[in-house]
Design a protein around this ligand. Structure first.
Ligand code: 26Q
Length: 802
């Protein structure tokens, strides 16, 4: 994709004229943005078409990544970068008196995900394309993205996120590729001697319309597709949807993204969403496969389907349904193809997040799918009877006590189950899924998560990127493991100073954002201590808050006590129904008010909770972070991915030995990370022996005692209710996540952090070594491992890399 500055300017002006009959100087930001998107899209559309054609021509095996969430954020800069147009377009705009940064800010984030899982899916989309791999996304085009968060009196309130109001400029509706999804009603089977004829009575017919977005690979003339489905009323069915309510029922299906993560609620609409995008995706895959007259008995040689967490686990049953009911394959033949085609990633071990759906509910949503799951379950039990004891079978079967266990369906119906970090996979094998590991050891494997280095370093942090170019050249931009070359320069004072200067530049930039959004003044000389992730008890934002309250009380007692000024920065959304998490938000906001407005603190301590955390805000916070808080209770965070993004941008990690933190530690070495807290074995021991008594820590540690009292004695104002809730969760409910147990270790570690920060040369050296080792967490490498070990797909033969 070649483009010169002159051609770009010409093309841009021409389109602006055609579209809006406007000159550059008269155009509004949104008009400039939409014009730019049109130019960019026309720049890759031809290659998009050719990429797809080449898959067909070469009969390449393709993977379809099924995920109920995708969280791409903004696409403009990332597409420009991947096309190799970034510098030319930036310069061309500048010549016209325009600013790329400013135009880019006009783009509304595509926020069709909650957090880690959805963002991972989007990093994988970028990497699949950039590796030239034949990979497609399959998901839901929600009308409303994840809610917009506002704080009113320190409380979170949720506003609708109407991201489609100006139309989404990147996607194309492919009405001609729509498929029909059947839901509800009753199903009848008639044995005609050869197979069962299946008829549905009183079912709803829903038209699934795909919206395709091009996913541009990095400098490789390769564009993949992310396909998101919208639910519509079929024109022929007007008669069956006579009332507004009837029509609303259909539209509601793809209206909102469920805002819960790590905690599932058994809502029927959610189950319908899961079936809707699963069925639409599977139908369109099989329809396309059949166009080329290949036998369905070999389909697993040509396509792979990935189940991202259990949300699309009905893929297993839907695939079987089509092979059985529509293609009339024998059960055993169909089952073999299904298991060979499917693979599954687990993202959590927390019991409350594991999906279990009532049998009755599934009967209402899709009775035929329930029948097929019942038959899979029956055959599973039959097969194991006599080989395994009854307990084992009852523990592992799919349907138990009137509930369908989706993880069991995904594991039994696929050839691969993977965890997302070494520790997490180990826990799956030895603990949570141990029975299945015993049964199918060859199915289990680890794939440690990775991130799109392009977005999280090249796009988000151009200043640091340039410094890296000047030191080791630009090869790292194609293979991020090359970042390790930086390690050789760990005594190069000039470079260390430049790294420090880049950080400072980004801190000034963030300080401006903070001032604009909150009115709070922060000094870029202070240490920026960052915790950005969903709000959840296990992630322990509360531990961070207790430390802040300690620093505040110390400063009140002795104004000279604290050495290093710190700015604590939070970004976090709580699920709207998660009461406790919302109380923690309120408490953080009230502590912030107290600290920031206390003149005796004199800016030695600031607390900033930025509203509406998301991908675009992350792109501003991460490059400016000095410290990365990764402090979940060991065993609870499957992997984490913000830990990788922050490390890549030269933040030093304060961490428990949880998720991918362990692998970060292994790469950077003990001297370049701050580790504290209970280990996995200690946590598991407490959870079995029940010998933890949180109150002991309150009673025996006077510091902790005072801090906790501050939540209930008025020291922190305006949290009469929430302060007691938190106090009670720790002392009465015995502190489920061992916050008090880990507190002393955490404080001691934070003191070491402050001491280290005083020695800027040492600090910058540690930053450098973190950047140098972050290249090992590239999603490019992660998807390559999925491609070889799980999907058995190869890069497009026509791709030229580099
Ligand atoms: C399920 C059923 C009904 C409603 C909602 C849900 C639901 C939605 C989202 C359940 C879970 C999620 C999201 C989970 C998630 O983001 N997990 C994170 O995945 C990351 C990528 O692997 C890991 O890095 C994180 O450790 C993990 O918490």
């Amino acid at each position: 994709m070649k483009m010169t500055k002159e051609n770009f300017i010409h093309e841009f002006k021409k389109r602006l004229g055609e579209r809006y009959a406007l000159d550059v100087k008269d155009a509004a930001p949104i008009e400039l943005y939409q014009t730019l998107v049109a130019v960019v899209k026309s720049g890759y559309s031809d290659i998009w078409r050719k990429t797809w054609k080449s898959y067909v021509k070469n009969d390449q095996k393709q993977v379809y990544y099924f995920s109920i969430e995708f969280l791409p954020g903004r696409l403009l800069k990332s597409n420009l970068l991947n096309m190799g147009w970034y510098d030319v377009v930036e310069a061309g705009l500048k010549d016209m008196g325009l600013d790329l940064d400013q135009i880019s800010e006009t783009e509304v984030d595509m926020a069709l995900g909650n957090g880690g899982l959805g963002r991972l899916a989007s990093c994988f989309m970028d990497s699949l394309a950039s590796e030239g791999l034949p990979g497609n996304g399959n998901g839901i085009r929600y009308k409303y993205g994840l809610f917009k968060q506002k704080f009113v009196d320190g409380y979170q309130i949720e506003l609708p996120n109407e991201w489609l109001t100006d139309g989404n400029n990147w996607s194309v509706a492919r009405t001609s590729k729509a498929v029909d999804v059947l839901m509800g009603g009753q199903v009848h089977l008639h044995d005609n001697g050869k197979y069962y004829e299946v008829t549905y009575e009183g079912a709803d017919l829903i038209k699934a319309v795909p919206y395709d977005t091009g996913i541009v690979g990095y400098h490789n003339d390769h564009v993949n597709t992310m396909r998101l489905w919208d639910a519509q009323i079929p024109a022929s069915e007007e008669i069956n949807y006579p009332t507004i309510e009837d029509r609303r029922r259909v539209e509601d299906l793809t209206s909102v993204l469920y805002p819960d993560d790590s905690n599932y609620e058994g809502r029927i609409l959610r189950l319908k969403q899961e079936y809707f995008f699963t069925s639409a995706g599977i139908q369109s895959i099989i329809r396309h496969y059949k166009k080329y007259d290949r036998p369905l008995t070999e389909i697993s040689d040509h396509i792979a389907i990935h189940i991202n967490d259990t949300h699309p686990a009905m893929c297993v049953a839907e695939f079987m349904r089509i092979l059985l009911d529509e293609e009339h394959l024998d059960w055993d033949v169909a089952w073999k193809q299904t298991v060979q085609t499917m693979s599954y990633t687990n993202h959590t071990i927390m019991a409350e997040a594991l999906e279990k759906w009532p049998v009755d509910m599934l009967a209402t949503v899709q009775p035929r799918i329930l029948q097929i799951i019942e038959e899979i379950d029956r055959r599973y039990v039959e097969e194991l009877t006599g080989k395994k004891d009854e307990d084992f079978i009852e523990r592992t079967r799919i349907i138990k006590d009137g509930m369908v266990k989706m993880a069991h369906l995904a594991i039994i119906g696929s050839h691969s189950t993977n965890g997302v970090a070494k520790l997490h996979t180990e826990l799956l094998e030895n603990d949570v899924l141990h029975d299945f590991y015993e049964l199918y050891p060859e199915r289990f494997n680890n794939k440690t998560n990775g991130i799109a280095i392009r977005r999280w370093l090249q796009v988000a942090n151009p200043t640091l990127s340039k410094t890296i170019d000047q030191t080791i050249g630009t090869k790292w931009r194609f293979d991020s493991k090359e970042l390790h070359q930086l390690a050789k320069y760990d005594d190069d004072q000039a470079l260390l100073e430049k790294i420090g200067a880049a950080k400072r530049f980004n801190k000034v930039r963030l300080a401006k954002v903070i001032k604009e959004q909150t009115g709070i003044e922060v000094s870029p000389d202070a240490l920026f201590d960052v915790q950005i992730k969903r709000l959840h008890a296990y992630k322990r934002q509360l531990l961070n808050l207790l430390h802040i309250v300690k620093l505040y009380l110390d400063l009140k007692e002795d104004p000279n006590s604290q050495q290093v000024p710190r700015v604590f920065i939070f970004g976090a959304k709580a699920a709207p129904s998660y009461h406790y998490a919302k109380s923690i938000i309120k408490c953080i906001n009230e502590v912030a008010n107290l600290v920031n407005n206390d003149p005796t603190i004199e800016g030695k301590l600031k607390v900033v909770f930025l509203e509406n955390y998301g991908v675009s805000l992350a792109e501003k916070i991460i490059p400016a972070a000095d410290v990365s808080e990764q402090i979940s209770t060991a065993t609870k965070e499957a992997s984490g991915t913000s830990n990788m993004k922050l490390m890549l941008n030269g933040a030093l990690t304060v961490a428990t030995l949880d998720g991918a933190n362990i692998e970060i530690k292994d790469y950077v070495g003990d001297d370049n990370i701050f580790i504290f807290g209970l280990t996995k074995d200690e946590v598991l021991a407490y959870e079995t022996n029940h010998q933890y008594r949180a109150a002991d820590y309150y009673e025996n540690d006077p510091v902790l005692h005072r801090i906790l009292d501050a939540f209930v004695d008025g020291t922190i104002p305006n949290i009469e209710v929430e302060g007691h809730e938190i106090y009670d969760s720790l002392l009465r409910a015995n502190d489920e996540y061992f916050v008090l147990r880990d507190f002393a270790g955490y404080v001691a570690t934070q003191e070491r952090v402050s001491q280290t920060y005083l020695d800027q040369a040492k600090w910058n050296k540690m930053c450098l070594l973190n950047i140098a080792n972050a290249g090992y967490f590239s999603a490019d490498d992660t998807v390559e491992k999925y491609a070889t070990d799980i999907w058995q797909i190869k890069p497009n033969v026509e791709v030229q890399k580099g």
